[in-house]
Design a binder for this molecule. Structure first.
Ligand SMILES: Nc1ncnc2c1ncn2[C@@H]1O[C@H](COS(=O)(=O)NC(=O)[C@@H](N)CO)[C@@H](O)[C@H]1O
Length: 423
């Protein structure tokens, strides 16, 4: 969310942000609602002031003046009350537009319409050369009895999977490796429930636009969050922190649920795009300072690079263009790992800086050195998300016999195993 004063004073900048992010939003209509609401509230306050001035006279008034004063102040009170219904409607309409008003993208972000306009800024690692016919990840899973799709689909529906045997151990090993790394970097490890209230989904900006991505449990009025970013971003909602408490670093661990509405037919085979997955999430709450946000944005990205390098996966980093980064972002990078069977890089990590756009939605603030209350800045990035990353992992590390070579940094988390699978 943006500060309404900022929108009033910079409507052209906000209109341009809508254009850059392909967001259909009539800023003139938003400002007209704002103007009407200010007018209604001012009128209400004037009427109440007049009423209070009259009622203040009643105790000293004579017996014959008193009835008139009481009648007039009552009339003023009625007129003030009559403004409320219209004011509430206007306020609700204004709030609905504020929820979808985009954060201003960084001038350093590439301008573009969708992910095809994202800009590759770095490549790392040597693409694998196989002296045998390589298999794709589904074939490798089936050859080693490391996953089931058919049976579990009968139980759990589409886009479901069941990891088996060593693949379950690999998934847990990756999470533990990521958690150890983040704890060493001073992140507080938090496991969070998948359940989240509607406010928390508004808090990150997943609602209102992405409501169809979330599973809803009506009788409990709870949603299943698609990322621990949702739960963590609202941990300090409505609080005023001390500057000395910042930055707050969280490594969130949770199951993630996504309906993938709108992805019909995409990545329907295997582990790339499923309804439930596990993720270790990096989340930073820092002071309201662009330089501080920039510093943490780079740190979060570096950490995800370290993890992908520890897994010895060739990868690239792209900077997301304005049309791909999403409503709340100032700047965003994706880490994409090489998938040999597709001969292309696929997103495994997504690293975002949002400045105070989320903090205004959750009212997460802090008192700065000059005793001024400010909104915090928030940032988030994936540390590891499985099962998607198992796809490049299996395909890049496969051996001719269908076994998988375990990268050195992961071996300690796999009881020292150097290989798993067919021998
Ligand atoms: N439907 C899905 N199935 C499997 N993995 C997914 C799915 N959706 C997202 N992911 C994984 O989760 C990562 C983060 O998802 S994200 O929506 O891009 N970004 C976030 O959730 C942020 N909170 C940063 O983690 C993705 O890069 C991808 O690796």
């Amino acid at each position: 969310m943006l500060d309404i004063k900022f929108i009033r004073e910079n409507s052209d900048i906000v209109k341009n942000a809508c254009k850059l992010k392909n967001i259909t939003l009539d800023i003139d209509q938003l400002l007209a609602l704002d103007k009407e609401l200010v007018g209604l509230k001012t009128e209400e306050q004037n009427l109440l002031a007049q009423k209070n001035a009259l009622t203040a006279k009643i105790p000293k008034a004579s017996a014959e003046e008193r009835p008139t004063l009481i009648a007039e102040s009552k009339a003023l009170d009625e007129k003030a009350k009559a403004i409320k219904p219209r004011a509430e409607i206007v306020e609700a309409e204004l709030q609905n537009l504020l929820w979808i008003t985009p954060q201003i993208p960084s001038p350093k972000a590439p301008v573009g319409k969708d992910d095809s306009d994202n800009v590759e800024i770095k490549k790392h690692g040597v693409l694998p050369k196989f002296d045998f016919k390589p298999l794709d990840h589904v074939a490798l899973l089936e050859k080693n009895n490391w996953a089931d799709f058919e049976r579990i689909a009968k139980v759990s529906g589409s886009r479901s999977y069941s990891l088996r045997n060593e693949m379950v151990l690999v998934e847990m090993a990756m999470h533990r490796m990521a958690m150890d790394k983040l704890m060493k970097k001073g992140f507080n490890l938090v496991s969070v429930p998948a359940f989240a209230r509607e406010e928390a989904l508004y808090g990150t900006g997943h609602f209102p636009a992405g409501r169809d991505q979330a599973y809803f449990i009506p009788e409990h009025n709870l949603y299943l969050a698609g990322t621990a970013e949702v739960q963590i971003n609202s941990l300090h909602a409505n609080e005023i922190l001390k500057e000395s408490e910042l930055p707050i670093l969280y490594a969130g661990y949770s199951p993630c649920f996504r309906s993938e509405a709108g992805s019909y037919g995409r990545d329907v085979r295997g582990l790339i795009r499923v309804h439930q997955f596990m993720k270790v999430e990096q989340f930073v709450i820092c002071k309201n300072d662009p330089g501080e946000s920039e510093k943490w944005h780079q740190k979060l990205l570096e950490t995800s690079e370290e993890i992908v390098q520890d897994l010895e996966l060739p990868y690239r980093i792209v900077e997301c263009c304005t049309g791909d980064m999403g409503t709340g972002k100032v700047r965003m990078y994706d880490v994409e790992a090489w998938v040999p069977s597709e001969e292309k890089y696929r997103e495994t990590h997504s690293c975002s800086a949002l400045h105070d756009w989320q903090a205004r939605r959750t009212q997460t603030r802090y008192r700065d050195g000059e005793n001024k209350v400010q909104f915090v800045h928030t940032l988030n990035n994936t540390a590891i998300a499985t099962p998607r990353i198992l796809v490049p992992f299996l395909e890049n590390h496969q051996q001719a016999d269908g076994s998988i070579k375990i990268p050195a940094k992961l071996q300690p988390y796999m009881d020292g195993r150097k290989f798993i699978g067919k021998k």
